[in-house]
Design a binder for this molecule. Sequence first.
Ligand SMILES: *[C@@H]1O[C@H](CO)[C@@H](O)[C@H](O)[C@H]1NC(C)=O
Ligand SMILES: *[C@@H]1O[C@H](CO)[C@@H](O)[C@H](O)[C@H]1NC(C)=O
Ligand SMILES: *[C@@H]1O[C@H](CO)[C@@H](O)[C@H](O)[C@H]1NC(C)=O
Ligand SMILES: *[C@@H]1O[C@H](CO)[C@@H](O)[C@H](O)[C@H]1NC(C)=O
Ligand SMILES: [Zn+2]
Length: 966
Amino acid sequence: MIGKIHKQMSHDSWLFSKMATPEYTPFVFLLLLFQSSVWGFPSCHATKPGMLNVHLVPHTHDDVGWLKTVDQYFYGDRNDIQHAGVQYILDSVVDQLLKNPDRRFIYVETAFFYRWWKQQTDDMQNTVKQLVNEGRLEFVNGGWCMSDEATTHYSAVIDQMTMGLRFLNDTFGHCGRPRVAWHIDPFGHAREHASMFAQMGYDGFFFGRLDYQDRNRRMVAREQEMLWRASESLTPPMADLFTGILPNGYNPPEGFCWDQSCDDPPIRDDPDLEDYNVDDVVTRFLHIAHGQALVYKTNHIIMTMGSDFQYENANLWYKNLDKLIRYVNQMQSNGSEVNVLYSTPSCYLQELHRANLTWPLKGDDFFPYADSAHDFWTGYFTSRPALKRYERISNSYLQTCKQLEVLGGPISRKGPFGAGDSETLKKAMAVAQHHDAVSGTEKQHVANDYARKLANGWAHCQVLVSNTLSSLSGSSAPRVYCEHLNISVCPLTETSKKFSVNVYNPLARPVSWPVRLPVNGTVVPVSQATAAVRRGRGYAVNELLFQVQAPPLGYSTYSVSLLQNGPPSPQSSPLPRAPKAVQNKSFSPQPSSLLSLCASIVTLRDFLSSLFCVCLSRYNASDGNNSESIQMSGAYIFRPNTSTPFIISKTAKIETLQEVRQWFSPWVSQVVRLYTDSRALELEWTVGPVPIGDDLGKEVISRLDSSINSSGVFYTDSNGREVLQRRKDYRPTWNLRQSEPIAGNYYPINSRAYIKDDKDQLTVVTDRSQGGGSIQDGSLEIMLHRRLLYDDVRGVGEPLNETSDIYPEGLVVRGRHLLSLSPPATAADTHRPLAQEVVLQPLITFTDGELHPSTRLEVQGPAPQFSGLQAVLPPAVHLLTVSQWDQDTVLLRLEHQYQASESKEHSQPVTVNLQKLFSTLDVLGVSEMNLSANQWKDEMTRLDWKAESGTHHTGVTNQLSAYSAL
Ligand SMILES: *[C@@H]1O[C@H](CO)[C@@H](O)[C@H](O)[C@H]1NC(C)=O
Ligand SMILES: *[C@@H]1O[C@H](CO)[C@@H](O)[C@H](O)[C@H]1NC(C)=O
Ligand SMILES: *[C@@H]1O[C@H](CO)[C@@H](O)[C@H](O)[C@H]1NC(C)=O
Ligand SMILES: *[C@@H]1O[C@H](CO)[C@@H](O)[C@H](O)[C@H]1NC(C)=O
Ligand SMILES: [Zn+2]
C-alpha cells in the first residue's frame, strides 16, 4: 500500500502490477532489515470460561478542541468554560497505574500525549515505556485525533492517522501499536473510515453512537457486534473490520461514575461504619451486568469506565474500581458467576475472537445518526461552511507543500527565503480533523483557533514553497501568495503592470484550469456580489480570465503584461480559451428561459431534453416551539420547521455577460459559468449575511431539479472515496420509521453526489463537505450555509451564529458546485477526475515583473515548465502522498481510484513503473507498508473473523447489481 522510496542507490527497473480490484496500490520491495517477531496481545488478565466476564476499561475522552481550544484543554486553562486539563489526567493516571499492576488505562489522542511526553524527564519516559510494554497503558486508535467521519476527506484522515501512529511507533515500537480503532464519540460512522482502519491493520473497531432505531433492533437481535465489509472493491477480508457498539455510549453504567466530576456514591466498605454500602453496590452491579449480557452474544461484556476529560484525579476512579472488582469477585465463593477484571479494548476483542463465533455482516454505513425521532445530527454536515472550505484547501496546500519539500530537497527547508517547514501545517491539519473541528460543532473561539493554526501552517509552507520554486526555476524574485482570489483580491495583480503567474499542479496528470485574476485592465467586470463581499480588501474593477495548463506534479509559468487601457483589440484576445458565452458542447442554456422559475432553467439538448433548474432556497430552522418535539436546529442537529423549502425569490435578477449572474435576494446570489472544453457547469454561490431580523434561523440550500427518473435513489461519496447508494425513507439494515422527512433524508457529501436513470447521470462536485439529500425524484439538494439562533442542547452551548471582524452582521460564504451530465456508464470517468481537481487544486503564485510602459493586458505562456514525474500516471492511478519520511526516504502512496465496475475503461488493473516514476529522484528500493505507514506490510497479520452467511444486506446487493447492469 505504501512504500518508502530510497534515493541515490541504483537499482534495476522494477515493475509493479495491479491486482484485479481497485485498491490502494500495493507494491513490494524489501531493502531494510526488520524484526519479524510477531507481537501477541499485551498481557491481558485471565478470564473465567464458565462465567460472565466483565471487562472494565478505564478511559478518558479528550477532545482535541471543542468548548476550549486544544491548548487550553492540554493545560487546563479556562476552567471557567469547562473543567478539563489533559496534562493533569496523564500525570495522575501514570501515578495511579504504578500503585497497582492490575490496573489498566487506554489512551487515544496522540495530539495530547505527544505534548505531555515532550515535557517528561527521561526517568518518567522510561517508566511510561515500561507501562506500555507490560500492557498496563495501552494506546487505542492512536491518530493525532479522533477524526470526524462525516465531513473529513480520506486523504487528510490518512495523514493525521499516520502522524499519530508514527509518533507511537517511534517512541514505543511494536508495543505502542494500537490494535483497536476507537471512535466512541463521532456522530455517525462512515464506511470509508472502516475500510481505512482495516487497511491500517486494526483488528477491531468500537464506537458509541448510532441511530436509536438501529441500536434497539441490534440489541434485541444481539447484533451489536458485527463484521463490517467496508469496501465493494477490495477482496475480503482486506476491508473487513470487526465492529462493536459500546453499551453506554462511552460512559460508565448508571450509578458507577467515580470521577471527581460525578456524584455517584463511593464504595463505603468499612463494616463498622453506618453507611456501609458494599452489598448494595454489588447487587446493582450484578443486575446491570446480567442485563447487558442479554444484548451481547458472548460471555464477555465491556464497560467503559470514564468519559469526557475524566481521570484528572485518577485515584478516585481506581480506588473504587479496585474495590468493585474485589467485592464482586468475592461473591463467586457464594455461587456468583460474574467475573470482573481490569481490561482494555484489545483484551476484550481477543476474547470475542476466541469465542469463535460467526458475526452478522454490515455493508452500508451508519449515517445519518439520530438519537431520537426529531433529532437528526445532519446539520453538522454543513455547519461552518467557511471553516470546512478552509480545511479542504489547506489539505490541497499541504499536499503541494509536502511534494515541493521532496522535489526541492534540503534547500526547501532552508533556502533564500528562510526556514520553512511542512510540519506546522501537518499538525494544524491533523488537529482540524477532530470530530469537533471540521465538523463545525465547536465554540466560535475554538473555530477561530483552528483557522489561526491552519493560517500559521500556511505561512510556514509558503517559505518552503518559495524556496523550492526559486531553486527549480532559478529565479529568486520574491513570490507573492494571493489567498483571496475567490473574491478577486490580489494586490499584486491589481497594481502591477507586468507579473508572472506560476501554476503548480499537485496531481499526477496534466490539468487545465481556469484562472481569474483581479485587474484594472480589460475583460470581465467584477460582479457586484464580489465587490460587495470584498469589503475594502481590493478595488480591481475587472477580472482577467484565462485557462492555464500545468504538467503533472509540476508547474507552468505565464506572464501577464498590461499593454494599454481600454478594451482589448480584437486581434490579440487577452482571453486564451475564455468562455464566449455560457455555452459549450455539453450544456446549451437558453438565455430566454433563464428567467423562469428558479431563475436558471437550463435545457440540455444533448441529453434528450432533460430539464433542470438550479434554485437557491432555504428552510427556516425550528425554534423548538413545536407540538412534536422541542428540538431546535443547531450546530449538530438539522431540524427545519416545515418540510417545504422557501423559494428565496421566484424571479432572480439576471445579468448575462460571459457568465450568468443571478440575484435571488441581496444576500443570495449565484454566477453560472461554462468554460470551453470544460466537462462541467460551474455554479458559484454566495450566501450571507443571512438576515436574522425576523428571529428565524435559516438554512440555505441549492436545489437542482431535473427530469431524471431517480426513483427515490441517490448516491453520495464516503469521505471522498467510494460511493454509496442512498434511498429516500429507507435504511438497508432495518425497517425505518421516518419521523423527519427532510433532515432524516440528509447524508454527508464530501466531494460529490449524483442521481441517475438509464440515460442520464447528474453529478454535483462540491468544494467542501456539505449535507444533502434527494427529497423529490429527479432532485438533488445541497445545504450551503446555516445561521441559527438557538443552541441544540448537545453540549456546545452556543447558537451557530457566525460573524467575523469583516462581517460583523453575519458571515458571507462563497463556494462552487460543478455540475456534469453524462450517460451513467461513463459518468465516473468524468466525476472522479473532476472531484480530484477540486480536492487537489493548483497552487497559483506570483512574481512581480518590471514596470512596463504600455497598458494592454496580454497573457503569454506557458513557459517555463517543470514536472516532477517522468511520465503521466495512468488515469486510474492517483498519487495520494509524496512526503519526506526521513533524510533519505520518501513516503509514497499510490491509489487505484476507481471503484469496482464503476468504469468500463478505468476499473481495470493497471501497472506502474516505480523506477521510472520521478524525474528528479532515483528509486533505489521500495519497502511496502500498511496504509498508515506504521507497519511493514509483511508483518501485518490481522485477526480473522467469520461472517454469518446470508446476512449480506439488501442495500448493498442492489447497489452491486445496479453497477453490474451498467
Ligand atoms: C471454531 O469453530 C469451528 C466450527 O465453526 C471449528 O471447526 C473450529 O475447530 C473452531 N476453532 C477453534 C479454535 O475452536
Ligand atoms: C483600480 O481601479 C479602481 C477603480 O477605478 C481604483 O479605485 C484603483 O485605484 C485602481 N487601482 C490601480 C492600481 O490603478
Ligand atoms: C447573532 O449574532 C448577531 C451579530 O453579532 C447578534 O446581534 C445576535 O444577538 C446574535 N444572536 C444570537 C441568538 O446569538
Ligand atoms: C517501528 O518501530 C520499530 C522499533 O523502533 C522499528 O524497528 C520499525 O521499523 C518501525 N516500523 C515502521 C513501520 O516504521
Ligand atoms: Zn468528543
